[in-house]
Write a new protein. Structure first.
Length: 113
């Protein structure tokens, strides 16, 4: 079964950190570039980070540059998103994505004191 399963979200205080995971199955993970998106209530889904199939290239949205890091461990079929210095504006549901149309169910991140 082809699927993406995210985990690791939760409630965190401003300035805190979280690491999201996305376990993939049903396809050859190592051959696929991957992305993290997020969607806040009432807003459009937006791209957060991209990583190439080899892991050699990673790009970030301006609003997370210097705070978030995308990575992958192909041996574990897992994509990660390390999020540091979180702010309330980072509150959203986070999704991993394989182009063109494979999405996970998302994991909720809430940043609040």
């Amino acid at each position: 079964q082809v699927q993406l399963v995210e985990s690791g979200g939760g409630l965190v205080q401003p300035g805190g950190s979280l690491t999201l995971s996305c376990v993939v199955s049903g396809f050859i993970f190592s051959m696929n570039p991957m992305r993290w998106y997020r969607q806040a209530p009432g807003k459009e889904r937006e791209l957060v980070a991209f990583i190439s199939a080899t892991g050699g290239t990673a790009t970030y949205a301006d609003f997370v540059k210097g705070r978030f890091k995308i990575s992958r461990v192909d041996a574990n079929n897992t994509l990660y998103l390390l999020m540091n210095n979180l702010t309330p504006e980072d509150t959203a549901r986070y999704y991993c994505h394989r182009w063109p149309d494979l999405w996970g169910q998302g994991t909720q991140v809430t940043v609040s004191s």
